[in-house]
Design a protein around this ligand. Structure first.
Ligand SMILES: [Zn+2]
Length: 180
């Protein structure tokens, strides 16, 4: 995904014009990226990297400039991650595939995984599992529901799968946890 900084592109940047063929530029020293017509200070040519779209810049760890807003009206990542977390907290009882989470949160699967993991350090599926296990623990302690019922109520596909996840996380089975 390397795009050359041609003389034409460089001219567009230093004269703050809107290019016919859209591109974005990042500045290596600040790790911020801009639209070519951004009114901010012209960077040193050797520090400029070219991106074909804003996702490319984001993947490479560049932050959108606050003046020219190169991500347009896309949500800033932090806000988006907060929304995803809220969505998972509200919907953990359902069977949620990554495709469904991404669609309901208005993003692509790859963007969802990348953005979420970058912000939280874990994948959306691991995060969802943590929510489910937390609720399962509460139900184990506070109710007499069967393991099967608790598994279903917490969005696990089966009680076998619930047992496996629970044991992996807490080194004891749901039964053992309840009796402890
Ligand atoms: Zn800018």
């Amino acid at each position: 995904m390397k795009h050359p900084l041609t003389q034409k592109r460089w001219q567009t940047i230093i004269t703050n014009q809107i290019p016919k063929q859209p591109f974005f530029y990042g500045v290596k020293t600040t790790h911020i990226f801009c639209r070519p017509n951004c009114p901010s200070k012209t960077p040193k040519r050797e520090n400029v990297v070219i991106f074909a779209n804003s996702d490319e810049a984001l993947i490479q760890g560049f932050r959108p400039c606050k003046r020219c807003l190169p991500t347009g009206n896309k949500l800033p990542n932090d806000l988006w991650v907060t929304e995803i977390k809220q969505y998972l907290a509200d919907n953990y009882q359902q069977h949620l595939s990554l495709e469904k989470i991404a669609a309901d949160c208005h993003g692509s699967v790859s963007n969802l995984q990348r953005t979420f993991a970058k912000a939280t350090g874990i994948s959306p599926t691991s995060y969802l599992q943590q929510i489910r296990l937390k609720h399962a623990k509460e139900l184990l302690q506070e109710t007499d529901y069967s393991i099967k019922t608790i598994a279903a109520r917490c969005g696990f596909n089966s009680d076998t799968y619930f047992n496996t996840c629970f044991k992996e996380s807490f080194t004891q089975t749901p039964q053992q946890f309840r009796q402890a």
